[in-house]
Write a protein of this length. Sequence first.
Length: 100
Amino acid sequence: MPKDELIPLNIIIGDRSYRIKILPSDEETVRKVLKTINEKIVEFRTQFAGKDMQDYISMVLIWYATQLKENSSGIISNEVLESLLKMEKQLDEAVAIPLQ
């Protein structure tokens, strides 16, 4: 697919903003997933006070992957797993960038 078919989207996960490019048809799904992720971050912050944001994001990533596994009869597709790993890598890279 040509890159010009992708649309830019500013997203917020935890307390960080990211700019990603997605297919227009995926926008609603991405927004729903982000809402769930951010709600879970708030829930984990309440349950496990004193952690840093990367800890909460990691907890949510594990929770989300577990939910996918439970909802798909114990099978996570390679595509979903690759997407989760890519997201984790992007988050790790973004967290490593010093704030200016």
